[in-house]
Design a protein around this ligand. Structure first.
Ligand code: ADP
Ligand code: MG
Length: 264
């Protein structure tokens, strides 16, 4: 199936106004470790529309991180097609993909840690400085992003002087600072206690609703997943279910909070 065909199929079943922002068709990813080949993605088909908030769940090793890496263009695929904002990733050079990520995407990934020698605001403004924005504008935008995550008073503190929850909020501010179209989170609340996790999740839900940004969040926490609008479950490199979260769940704190305390 081509991307054009899959879009046509979706257009038949979804009301107009849904604009696909991420499309994956028959995506295959194999890691060749020399002696063994690991089939990390075994034919993934997925369409995510602009403004959606999606949770990806599944057991460890099922391919969640690989999927995020491939969809965001951080990693190459071995089969199938991926298009993001209407552009087929295979037609983009590495430089173009890097530039596209810097401009249009935000990442809350565990490997993408804060730099310990920089203050909170310096960490947040770094991606802007790298993409050529003036120091003055970068500082202003970084302070705005820190305000969104309620860290204005902590802007000059280094990561070691912040709590785990505060550090996580700095990484979220950094992911959001360029006003990205897509925010990728790989266990964005993974290191947090349930109170902090719920607060961060509320922040992401608010941003999703206010700014129509698209969020794709890997999580093992059912309480977090319930706060999104759609849950995709993976197993052995494939999507095994893809279901909307019941109406009202995202707006109502009570059921999510309950599930979360059970989950933690
Ligand atoms: P998840 O994020 O769901 O835990 P991953 O996407 O990290 O799963 O991994 C999927 C599969 O691919 C696992 O079997 C894992 O061991 C393998 N894998 C992931 N990254 C690599 C890599 N760089 N080299 C070899 N195998 C890998
Ligand atoms: Mg992972």
């Amino acid at each position: 199936m081509t991307i054009a065909q899959s879009t046509a199929t979706l257009d038949n079943v979804r009301p107009t106004g849904f604009e696909p922002i991420i499309e994956a068709v028959d995506v295959v990813k194999t890691y060749d470790t020399g002696r063994v080949q690991v089939q990390a993605l075994r034919g993934v088909n997925l369409t995510i529309n602009r403004g959606e908030m999606v949770a990806i769940m599944g057991p460890s090793g099922c391919g969640k991180t690989t999927l995020l890496n491939c969809l965001s263009g951080l990693d190459e695929i071995d089969g199938g097609r991926i298009s993001v904002e209407g552009v087929d990733l295979s037609t983009m050079s590495d430089d173009k993909k890097t530039e596209h990520r810097a401009r249009r995407m935000g990442f809350v990934f565990q490997f993408y840690n804060l730099l310990p020698v920089l203050s909170a605001v310096e960490n947040v403004e770094l991606p802007l400085l790298v993409s050529g924005i003036s120091a003055k504008d970068a500082r202003r935008q970084a302070m705005d992003a820190l305000e969104v995550v309620h860290l204005t008073d902590w802007a000059t503190h280094k990561p070691a002087e912040l709590s785990g929850g505060q550090r996580q909020r700095v990484t979220i501010a950094r992911a959001l600072v360029n006003n990205p179209a897509i925010v990728w989170g790989d266990e964005p609340t993974g290191d947090l206690d349930s109170t902090n996790a719920a607060e961060i999740m509320q922040l992401l839900v608010d941003l999703n609703q206010r700014q129509n940004q698209t969020f794709v969040l890997v999580t093992h926490d059912p309480g977090i997943a319930q706060r999104t609008r759609r849950i995709i479950r993976m197993q052995d490199g494939q999507i095994i279910s893809d279901e909307p979260v019941g109406d009202g769940q995202t707006a109502s704190a009570a059921p999510a909070a309950q599930t979360q305390s059970e989950a933690v």
